[in-house]
Design a protein around this ligand. Structure first.
Ligand SMILES: NC(=O)c1ccc[n+]([C@@H]2O[C@H](COP(=O)([O-])OP(=O)(O)OC[C@H]3O[C@@H](n4cnc5c(N)ncnc54)[C@H](OP(=O)(O)O)[C@@H]3O)[C@@H](O)[C@H]2O)c1
Length: 288
């Protein structure tokens, strides 16, 4: 199978390249090599590669910046996906696209399923929802909602995101500030990449899937577990969302059910198990 991965140096993109490169012909495009918001460049690149699968690891991920730059968010997260979906249709390729828990308003009190109605509350979230709709126009599209990503595959850019920040602060012996009232289902990029490969290799029904590790936690509980597994005293500063100076609204309760993936034989490991593998990977990197 020939797999084109765009946004290939991002957290997910690099993990997918790492997962697929030894099994499939994998053509990776960094941002520099292909700007997915350039429709013509996308069409030309895909006409050259003629992929069986297109994986979209590219996104405009600046949640707060999207409030000031909504057009950039729409171009990167929605219109770019339309171009990729068109290319997928032209070449008879499957399309894998990643979306976000942010499409929900976070007012639920039980796990969100794929049937629950989105209600985006920020420019970033609206652009991600539109991207889902464009992706699902492709004849064989897998839209995977991921959340609070952590982990870093070889080839990825520098580690970023809240969880890398918490880890680095803990390792520096300092106390990270963590939300005690935001509930998430964290997603280990290595597990999301494995599911990506399994979906495109199988005859799994296309559509929308919640692709998060099993279980859910507040950021405070997540940080405590990180510290526990590191053997560190959990010096943490709990904060509340209402007290944080966030430009864009974030959903407060956003645990996602991954039951639909489980029902097609792709169970996701618990987030605590994913943390253990993540920390082992970090230790291996330090010792090599
Ligand atoms: N990170 C999370 O916690 C999280 C949570 C929920 C959903 N998601 C979704 O998961 C997906 C992957 O996120 P991620 O954390 O892996 O993102 P990431 O690490 O920021 O990677 C995104 C990649 O896309 C590239 N990119 C940006 N604009 C581009 C463009 N116009 N053309 C081509 N490449 C472009 C970036 O390159 P540059 O760095 O050079 O700009 C970067 O390599 C995204 O769809 C995101 O919305 C992420």
């Amino acid at each position: 199978m020939r797999i084109a991965v765009v946004g290939a140096r991002g957290q997910i993109g690099a993990a997918v390249v790492h997962e697929c490169v030894s099994v499939h012909e994998t053509v990776a495009f960094s941002h520099q090599e292909l700007d997915v918001s350039d429709d013509r460049a996308v069409a030309a690149a895909m006409a050259r590669v003629k992929p069986d699968v297109i994986v979209n690891g590219a996104a405009y991920t600046d949640v707060d910046g999207s409030e000031d730059h909504p057009i950039d968010a729409l171009n990167g997260n929605a219109f770019a996906v339309r171009a990729l979906a068109r290319a997928a249709e032209t070449h008879g390729a499957a399309l894998v696209h990643y979306s976000s828990d942010f499409v929900f308003d976070g007012t639920a009190s039980a796990l969100y399923t794929e049937q629950d109605r989105p209600n985006p509350r920020s420019a970033y979230a609206a652009s991600k929802l539109l991207g889902e709709w464009f992706a699902l126009d492709a004849p064989r599209a897998y839209v995977l909602r991921v959340e609070s990503l952590f982990g870093r595959a070889p080839g990825a850019g520098p580690a970023k995101g809240s969880i890398a920040g918490i880890l680095n602060t803990l390792l520096a012996g300092e106390a990270p500030k963590v939300f005690e009232d935001r509930t998430v289902s964290p997603t280990y990029v290595i597990d999301a990449a494995r599911v990506t490969r399994q979906l495109v290799e199988s005859q799994a029904p296309p559509g929308l899937y919640h692709c998060v590790n099993s279980g859910h936690c507040t950021w405070l509980v997540f940080a405590r577990e990180l510290a526990r597994q590191l053997g560190l005293e959990p010096k943490l500063i709990p904060i509340r969302m209402a007290d944080a100076p966030l430009r864009a609204a974030r959903p407060q309760y956003c645990a996602l059910s991954n039951e639909k993936l489980r029902s097609i034989g792709m169970a996701m490991p618990d987030w605590q198990d994913a943390v253990a593998r993540y920390l082992q990977h970090v230790r291996d990197e330090v010792t090599h």
